[in-house]
Ligand binder design. Sequence first.
Ligand SMILES: Nc1nc2c(ncn2[C@@H]2O[C@H](COP(=O)(O)OP(=O)(O)O)[C@@H](O)[C@H]2O)c(=O)[nH]1
Ligand SMILES: [Mg+2]
Length: 387
Amino acid sequence: MFSFFKKKKPEAETPAAVEPAVQTPPAADAQPEAAAEQPGFLRRLFGGGEDAPAAPAPAEAPAEAPASVAYEGQLFPETAERPVSEAEAKRSWMSRLKAGLAKTSSNLSLLFVGARIDEDLYEELESALLMSDAGMDATQFLLDNLRRKVKEDKLLDAAAVKVALKGLLVDLLRPLEKPLELGRHEPLVMMIAGVNGAGKTTTIGKLAKHMQRHEQSVLLAAGDTFRAAAREQLMVWGQRNNVTVISQQSGDPAAVAFDAVQSGKARGVDVVMVDTAGRLPTQLHLMEELKKIKRVIGKGMEDAPHEVLLVIDGNTGQNALAQVKAFDDALQLTGLVITKLDGTAKGGILAAIARTRPVPVYFIGVGEKLEDLQPFSADEFAEALLG
Ligand SMILES: Nc1nc2c(ncn2[C@@H]2O[C@H](COP(=O)(O)OP(=O)(O)O)[C@@H](O)[C@H]2O)c(=O)[nH]1
Ligand SMILES: [Mg+2]
């Protein structure tokens, strides 16, 4: 398993064009050379932010976030921090992933127990793959290749066929594997979209905490302006976790996003994440609103947003594929996060995505705790399904 994020090596390069009006000189006490000497350390051009010149506020955006009201919501249950060895963490992640995909995994594995390699086996495999949400196309693709491999390699026992299927699944899923690379832009601006309840806000909270552990300063935009509770939930969470949240009382999400990008630049933060309200791809006016948010982010910073993520509930079945297509058509997604692979999720949807619309899967989630969100690895996923 690769590390949680990929970090761009600090190097003397010309940063992508930054709006001169808000470019902030390094603070007097900033020591970029010292930072550059430390491998893995991210270059920070900008100082602490308090003394940074204020960015020009967009006409429609209030300068400061309103005071939040007390709201006891949590983005995810806080877990007691306990140092765990890397091996221990990996073992427990694999066991959670396996538990999440247990249904599909046992459906598939049972087929191979003492089985003869005949048409019946292929037919049962077809049913099991379809039931796992892999969809017609990926199922056919896997089975065609499996038949060929069994013939070419003259495989005679079921265990060897299972290993061959696992290899084919890894090959199919591999193109989805891509680490999220930090440090490419200052700030790196990420926009997060998805249907209601997919896990957008929770994922943002988890990512923010993981990023902080990777020495990244984070700023959030409470772009779910539909529900006051959503905004307050994010703000209270931000206060607790020392993460600045940009929010507005009244709701133009594009203005909030713009404000957050400006503020992120002025404060010299490493990552800006823009939350958005949930919406269905069939709600065309809401999809237009998303496009507008993306456009307006681009007005705040050239080439931003650098990442456009779609969060998908892993239990959505084949509808997840429709979501990927629709959001990708509207926003040109750069990555996916697939949550809730711990419930009744069957896992095959990743194979369907790989065949139909291979948008990289940055992270998968198997629960509500911080460490339940991890980078996607094709090997681990195939191991959990066919190990
Ligand atoms: N079991 C499980 N629950 C999750 C996971 N990710 C998010 N959730 C829960 O899903 C619910 C909706 O999440 P939320 O982030 O508010 O969704 P949003 O509407 O997309 O912002 C919350 O109760 C989360 O705790 C996951 O990986 N597994
Ligand atoms: Mg939300």
